[in-house]
Design a protein around this ligand. Structure first.
Ligand code: ZN
Length: 198
């Protein structure tokens, strides 16, 4: 291919147009990505209330993704912490992946999570999955509730961040090694031979 890929780093001044086919995320070992561009910008602090960005009074977040608008807003403070920036960026990119993954792959991820529950696997690969997991039981995971759906999605995004963001160790990586291995294999099977759609 003639066009050179552009590097997306935390230092880039916002807004940045992330083109999945042409841009590389600095410091990450991501598979090939495919999808329409995502507009990226920063806010300090990043405050969100009821799914909307607000100037005051919202909840402070690391990131907010607007999937249909293909827009990603990051907390400006992340620019000073490249490792955390990578972890959050990969997590958010995989929110875009989750919606394009298709039902059969999502069901397959659910099955993996159910097997973990059946095996009494504790811990997760990020806090956004872990706090939801703590509120779920094997029975509740099987039911089509919002919490079960959100947990599946967040655990998917946290696993991607653990796998691709080059973090090595992180205090939020609490899932034991024996349970990490099937997750890694799942990702290799899903995305080993095709570009990741996002
Ligand atoms: Zn998330």
């Amino acid at each position: 291919m003639a066009s050179r890929s552009r590097l997306w780093t935390p230092k880039r001044s916002a807004p940045f147009r992330f083109e999945p086919c042409r841009c590389k995320v600095a410091g990450c070992d991501l598979p090939a990505l495919d999808g329409r561009p995502i507009a990226v910008s920063y806010r300090t602090p990043l405050l969100v209330r009821q799914g909307r960005l607000v100037a005051t009074g919202g909840q402070e977040m690391h990131a907010a993704s607007f999937l249909r608008k293909r827009r990603l807003v990051l907390d400006g403070a992340l620019r000073r912490d490249p490792a955390e920036w990578r972890r959050i960026v990969v997590h958010e990119l995989f929110h875009f992946v989750w919606v394009r993954l298709g039902n059969s792959a999502r069901r397959c991820w659910h099955e993996l999570l159910r097997a973990e529950f059946a095996g009494h696997a504790k811990g997760e690969l990020g806090w956004s999955a872990e706090w939801r997991k703590e509120r779920l039981t094997a029975d509740a995971l099987r039911r089509p509730t919002r919490l079960a759906r959100e947990y599946a999605c967040e655990s998917f995004c946290d696993t991607a961040a653990w796998l691709y963001a080059g973090a090595g160790r992180h205090p939020e990586f609490t899932l034991p090694a024996r349970w990490r291995k099937p997750r890694r294999l799942w990702f290799i099977q899903q995305f080993g031979e095709r570009a990741v759609p996002l």
